[in-house]
Design a protein around this ligand. Sequence first.
Ligand code: PMP
Length: 358
Amino acid sequence: TAVSETSPKLRAELEGIPTYKPGKPAAADGPVAYKLSSNENPYPPLPGVMETVTAAAAFFNRYPDMACTSLMAELSDRFGVPLAHLATGTGSVGVAQQLIQATSGPGDEVIYAWRSFEAYPIITQISGARSVQVPLTPGEVHDLDAMADAITDRTRLIFVCNPNNPTGTVVRRAELERFLDRVPSDVLVVLDEAYREFIRDAEVPDGVEFYRERPNVCVLRTFSKAYGLAGLRVGFAIAHEPVAAALRKTAVPFGVSQIAQEAAIASLRAEDELIGRVGSLVCERARVADALRAQGWTVPESQANFVWLRLGERTLAFANACEQAGVVVRPFAGEGVRVTVGESEANDIFLKVSEEFR
Ligand code: PMP
């Protein structure tokens, strides 16, 4: 067409990547009472964190501290890791993108379970690397044996999403250990622990344990979920020196605002209160999952702040019914819906719709 003749050459890898329409909100539009579609924290910011943010706002004519010095110092103390083993980014999705940029390009392969976090295929495709998607087991959990079998000499990166988005299922210590033993030491394994704080299963390891023993393990964490800072965009990685340095090289300069850095520090210091809120969400998760099972649904055991309902062809109808009732959920067409555990009133609305669909 005339447009493509005059258009600058764009990378072929961008073809087929979904994007939002300018001028139209990416989230569901129209008035909805409750948003259960993005695994956000339903609690409003803590007053103390708000105060910190307000004070930091007085300086937004200045660039932030590019090195996130105070936040990195706080993280270094808290996790008992050297500063050189830390890197921050604009949300953990930003750090995931840096990880791909640092490791993978055309001809390389990135392995992850599927279905899993929607960003993995997108950021892999943008890099020019090839996605190797290993189906979840019928029980909706990572098939780590099949993932290890998928490793080739082109594999550069493996994501293990623990708990997995959108199923909420987990990988336990012994099986992760066995898997890591099979991964060559020059392949980076990213343990994406965005929902770490919601885990109550004692068999699920803290990824940091594995990072300590293995130079090819990187732990990815975020302030968006348990810490309630989704809108401020702060994530970080814990990895050995060469990987962490590569992440600092590939970061967007000044990508983490000063407001975000200070809110993250304030949140770490207010952790007791925030973790208390997580406890309430975990109780609510049990209430929602039990209610769904009592209604006759098969619900995989979720260790995150959402539940997964397999609906097949009824997925979009279900999501529409939820929206009519006042809650927005996240449909994956033909597969199922992921529903964030939110305010109890919101969860009740969702449970009413699920009852009607039984
Ligand atoms: N990893 C997983 C598994 C997620 O579900 C999400 C958010 N949906 C992220 C990373 C990214 O979150 P953020 O960029 O807000 O840290």
